[in-house]
Design a protein around this ligand. Structure first.
Ligand code: ADP
Length: 356
């Protein structure tokens, strides 16, 4: 149907390789989020789908057809950018209908689609206003409405919510998901914001340094990161990842050590140096004796929770908790082994997880 497939796609600007051997299948009707730090190649990937960037080598298929040489106007895609560029002299209604007029959609059908889009996005009261008479959030909704009425089987969005304030972004995310569920186009969404990615994507393709590091559901990306980059990129504050040593069935964090449970020992057999990962939200500290003695260094109040910075030996870690702690409290770290992650010290790749 409307699946998008990249086969061994490379993109160079002059001598600079911006996309390296991209193999990616976006199933028809799914929401895929391209996530990653600035400059990793997300927009370039999206723009290749739209036909706004040429493909240096490899093949791109849309709906089963090879589209490398197809003009943007012939690809039947709807795009929404961060900069939504509405026509300033046209009302909301006219802005939304303009594309349909150009492509000669009959008047009755135009009216029907306009009405529907205004309703879905709560824009009915603003139909006759000019863009300058709208808030940023309302303008962004007009840009979305303009894309929806095209009824394209492909919906491409490049950081569409970046200009909105935090509260509006939350409601806009929900709106986007709602819109997708009504029309179910194949949906590709570019962002550097992990919260957007987690809340919007059926699948996330997390990119770094011009390659996809991991593509999977938000749950798997969060719970089973394939390497330290993915582990650190998803989650806030980032996963604690420290160098640890294994010896005699024990794990050493600096000079202190604790026993490692049997299932993990089997998984880690033959290793001495490893990277040990623990998410701040999975850290447990208490006064009761546990695995590692530690000291609370700093307490930051985030309102609903507190971010606690603490040290085991010389290494600093973070914990997110609802509990109260005082700076300089002497505590014990209790490792929740079912929430622990281990990565290879050299390759940084995840070593896998035991069966419990
Ligand atoms: P992202 O969307 O992840 O921020 P981009 O896809 O925009 O990244 O860019 C990927 C890389 O390609 C960046 O290093 C960027 O500087 C480079 N790049 C993008 N467009 C051009 C261009 N027209 N000419 C040369 N380099 C470019």
């Amino acid at each position: 149907m409307n699946e998008i497939v990249f086969k061994n796609v490379c993109k160079n600007y002059g001598n600079v390789e911006v996309i390296k051997d991209l193999n990616l299948t976006i199933p028809s009707g799914q929401r895929l989020v391209l996530l990653g730090p600035s400059g990793c190649g997300k927009s370039t990937t999206l723009r290749m789908i739209a036909g706004l960037e040429s493909i240096t080598s490899g093949d791109l298929f849309m709906g089963g057809e090879r589209v490398n040489d197809l003009e943007p106007g012939d690809r039947n895609v709807a795009m929404v950018f961060q900069n939504y560029a509405l026509y300033p002299h046209m009302t909301v209604g006219k802005n939304i209908c303009f594309g349909m007029q150009i492509s000669k959609v009959p008047k009755e059908e135009r009216e029907k689609r306009l009405k529907e889009a205004l309703e879905i996005l709560g824009l009915e009261p603003f139909r006759d206003r000019l863009p300058r008479e709208l808030s940023g959030g309302q303008r962004q909704r007009v840009a979305l409405a303009r894309a929806i009425v095209k009824r394209s089987p492909y919906f491409l969005l490049d950081e569409p919510l970046s200009n909105l304030d935090a509260q509006l972004r939350t409601t806009a995310r929900a709106e986007l998901v709602k819109i997708h569920e009504v029309y179910q186009p194949t949906f590709v969404y570019v962002t550097h914001d992990q919260v957007e990615a987690m809340t919007i994507g059926h699948q996330i393709a997390l990119m770094n340094e011009n390659v996809i590091q991991q593509m999977d559901t938000p749950d798997v990306i969060y719970n089973r990161p394939v390497n330290t980059f993915v582990g650190k990129f998803i989650g806030s504050p980032s996963m604690n990842i420290v160098t640890a040593w294994l010896d005699g069935g024990r794990i050493y964090l600096g000079e202190t050590s604790a026993p490692v449970p049997e299932p993990w020992l089997e998984k880690l057999e033959g290793r001495t140096e490893v990277k040990f990962g623990l998410r701040p939200e999975h850290v447990q500290l208490s006064e009761k004796e546990g695995d590692f003695p530690c000291q609370v260094i700093y307490v930051e109040n985030h309102g609903s929770r507190k971010c606690i910075s603490f040290q085991v030996g010389k290494e600093s870690y973070y914990m997110m908790t609802e509990a109260d702690f005082e700076t300089h409290d002497q505590m014990w770290l209790h490792i929740n082994w079912r929430r622990a992650h281990f990565f290879d010290a050299q390759t940084q790749r995840n070593v896998g997880y035991p069966q419990w």
